[in-house]
Each structure stands twice: as C-alpha cells, then as structure tokens.
Design a binder for this molecule. Structure first.
Ligand code: SIN
Length: 480
C-alpha cells in the first residue's frame, strides 16, 4: 500500500508538519502514517505543476486519452485491492467500495471519450472575409480538494477531466482517507502519465489550500465538501479570480406521491439512504410522503431496515458499516434526540449497535415518523442512517417543503404517473433528480447542485467543460 506523497515527480515521505495517522473507522486502529505536508511541499508541487503545464497541454489529445483509457482498465483490474483500501480507510461495505471503484474507472473512460469529441466550432459571423472559430484550451494548473466519503471516485471525477483537458493537477485528499488517492496516482503513473503532471499531498488542508489558491498560478479549483469550507475557499479564490467548481452540502428531499408503487419507493429509500451508512451528499435527508401512505411507508421501511446487516465493512454481507468518526456519531445522535423531543415517533433504530471490541460507531438504521421542518434533521444534513418522515397532503406541499431548503444538490420523486413525477421533479430546485430511481449518479451525466449546494458540474461532457476555457478567433485570411 502506497503511503507516500507524489510531489514534483517523486514519491516522498517528507512532511514539514510531521505525520498523519490514518485509522480504520471500524476498528479505530492506525493502518498507515502519511506525511503532514505544509506550505513548502505545497509550493514545490505547484512550482513543478506550473512548469510542466505547457508540455502536458501540448501533448496530443489521443495520447492523453490513451493514458486515461489505460487507467480506467487498470482501476477495474485492481478492483479488489482498491476496494479494500477504500473500506479500510472510510469504513463502507466492501461491495459498495467495489462499486465505487467501477464508478471511478467510468470517469476515466468518460473523460477520454469526451475530450476526443470536443471539436472546434465555426460561428456564423455574417461578416464577409472573416471566419469565426471557437476552440477550447486547458484552463491551466488545477487544484482538487476531495472528501473522505468517496475517497477514490471524488478524486477520479476531478482528475480525469482535468488531465483530459490538458491541465496539470494538484490534489489534496481528505486527511481521513489519503490512501485511495495514492493508489490512484500509482495507477496513473503506471499507465503512462508523466509524473510531474500530478501531485498528491496529504496534509494541512488550510495551509495547502491557501498556498495554492493565493499564489496566482492555480487557475481552477474543484472542491467537494461542506458549504462552510466552500465559502472560505471561494473567498480565497476571489483574490486571484480562480475558477471554481463547488460540490457542497446536500439535503435531498425524497418525495413519495399518493399513487407511488410503495414497494419500489421503500426499496429506493433503503438504497439511496443507507449507501455508505447515509454518508453521501445525495442521500435523502427529508422524506415527504403523502399522508394516505405515510404510516405504511414508515412501517415497511422499518421492517426492511431492521434486516440490514450492520458490521465492519470488511465482513461478508455487511450492508451498513461504521460512521467515519465519533463526531459523526454524535451528530446523528443529536439529530435523533432533537426529532424525538419535538414530537417525532421512533419507528426503529435510534441508537448505535454495540459490536464487541469495536468502536461505538455502528449506528442502527433509524426511521422516525411524524417529523416536521422545525427539526434539526429537516434543516441540516444528518450524514447518517436516519430516515425522518413528514406527511404531506399534496405534491404542491411536498415541492414547497423540498424547495424551502437553502441546499439543492439532489432530489427523488416516486409516483405512479410519468407525467406527474416528471413535472414534480422539474419543479425541484436541485441539480440531480431520481424519478422512480434511487441511484441517479453516473459518470457520463452531470452531477452538481444549486444554491448552497454549489455550482459547476462534474461528469460527462459537462465535467470536461469545467476544465477548458473557450477561445474565440476572428480570422481574416490574407492568403489568396
Ligand atoms: C457525494 O456524496 O458527494 C457523491 C455521491 C455520488 O456521486 O453519487
């Protein structure tokens, strides 16, 4: 397992701030020590990336695409070992980690395909003798700051289009989960990426981000994380007019209309809510269910939830792993306690499951009925396996409650009529919506939010466009 940083073309152990201990959330055991980098390492990475940028940008597109395609294939070939690294450092069940590996590979194949279809375009200028041409150029050196909940896929989703577009890439994975990032960097180098093109640094997020963003040579930041941190980064980016993609907090509504197929909605609720034990940005956080079926929905979700296997992610058949750390558990506990204090009815769960010799981080799938928008779980992202259900009297009320949140990343609508569900979905103020579909994410589709959930899109052609600038040429030819 690679535990060193990739800086200026070399794997290195040097961390001016000492070391970071990476712990397995399911056992609390330290599984690796990685460098705690600071400003000096961040600056060497930036110097090298900036120097190398023109060379990578000038590398033919087919050559760049070949590296990405080879990377996609090697990521898939190493699915088992990568999945184990993900589970060890972030806790999710091994089967989910394996899906994350495939998801990551898809970002590389998609970026390889998209860059090869990005063509020059003519503009009809209606000016005799002048031809208008629009082309795309790499935006320049890019920085990626990624979260712990998808340690491989969130990096892949940023690095793949950046490299495809011809950008040198600086990356700072989350302190909790740097190992997947190092493993991905190893694969990229094995697949022919010039080492100076990618720099992966574990360390002090604030110092590294400040060094990169206030320097003037980083031209683009892609960040996935909290809205609070996103705001701080945006302030720094304002100084040097750094272009940004911000995938910030989510607080998805899951709407179940009166005529919904309840079985499908129950399955969808479990699938979308309990992925990574509720620790994804697109997990539904507010369940808005028509009053005529709310009790049945709650009861059926609870029966299904009670059958899920809660265990360390490495254990065979595990469906719900540990939460990432003790603070995460405290937040979920606080949300549950608040909901119950304000009149919510506990249908199942509500506490952690004690597993001998394991940290107290395994939160039971929890269903709370009779919820309302005054509760913490309706105003903040819980990031845990809690399903708070509010009864609504109509689709109109569901849309109003859903849109009353300042967040707008994902949403879900379950209902029997295609026309109605689609109309409800289109009225939701969010960027990604599943209609009778619990897993809308796809590497070929745009992913991103509105309002406090950020802006910019990742995935497919939309993701690639974030890494290019549009250049317009008005060409008057003097040749006969
Ligand atoms: C996230 O939680 O930010 C990513 C979820 C996804 O891509 O499906």
């Amino acid at each position: 397992m690679q535990t060193r940083n990739l800086i200026a073309g070399r794997w290195t152990n040097i961390g001016s701030g000492g070391a970071i201990e990476v712990a397995d959330p399911a056992s609390g055991e330290v599984i690796a020590r990685v460098p705690m980098c600071g400003a000096s390492e961040a600056l060497s990475a930036l110097n090298c990336a900036f120097e190398f940028q023109p060379e990578w940008e000038a590398t033919p597109i087919t050559q760049r695409a070949d590296v990405l395609r080879a990377t996609a294939a090697m990521v898939v070939a190493r699915k088992d070992s990568l999945a184990r690294i993900i589970t060890q450092e972030c806790g999710k069940p091994l089967a989910e980690a394996a899906s994350e590996v495939q998801y990551s590979a898809d970002y590389f194949s998609s970026a390889a395909q998209e860059i090869q279809s990005l063509n020059e375009m003519d503009v009809a200028l209606e000016r005799p003798g002048v031809r208008g041409v629009v082309r795309h150029r790499a935006v320049g050196v890019c920085a990626a700051i990624t979260p712990w909940n998808f340690p491989l896929a969130m990096l892949a989703r940023k690095v793949a289009p950046a490299l495809a577009a011809g950008c040198a890439q600086l990356a700072k994975p989350a302190e909790e989960t740097p190992l997947s990032a190092f493993a991905l960097a190893e694969i990229l180098l094995e697949c022919g990426l010039p080492p100076k093109c990618l720099h992966v640094l574990s360390g002090d997020a604030k110092v590294i981000a400040t060094t990169w963003l206030m320097d003037g040579r980083v031209r683009k930041l892609s960040f996935t994380g909290s809205t609070e941190t996103g705001r701080l980064l945006l302030r720094q980016c304002a100084q040097e007019i750094v272009r940004c993609s911000m995938e910030l907090g989510g607080h998805a509504a899951f709407i179940v209309l009166q005529d919904a197929d309840i079985e499908l909605a129950v399955k969808g609720a479990l699938q979308s809510k309990f992925r990574n034990a509720g620790q994804t940005c697109i997990c539904p956080n507010r369940f808005l269910v028509h009053e005529s079926i709310a009790s049945e929905f709650a009861a059926r979700v609870a029966i299904a939830a009670a059958q899920l296997k809660i265990a360390p992610g490495m254990e065979s058949g595990c469906q719900i792993g540990p939460l990432i750390h003790d603070e995460a558990v405290e937040k979920v506990r606080a949300h549950v306690a608040d909901a119950l204090k304000r009149g919510g009815q506990l249908v199942c769960g509500g506490r952690t499951k004690i597993i001998p010799n394991r940290p107290d981080r395994f939160f039971e799938p929890t269903v709370i009925a009779n919820c309302d928008p005054s509760m913490l779980c309706f105003t903040q992202e819980t990031f845990g396996p809690v399903i708070p259900i509010m009864s609504v009297t109509s689709a109109k009320e569901a849309i109003e409650v859903a849109n009353s949140s300042p967040f707008g990343l994902a949403g879900y609508v379950f209902g029997g009529s295609d026309a109605v569900t689609r109309s409800v979905a289109q009225q939701l103020q969010c960027g990604v919506i599943g209609v009778n579909e619990a897993a809308p994410s796809n590497a070929r589709a745009p992913f991103g939010g509105v309002k406090f959930s950020g802006y910019g899109r990742e995935g497919g052609a939309w993701g690639l466009m974030e890494y290019v600038t549009t250049q317009y040429l008005a060409l008057r030819s003097l040749e006969k």
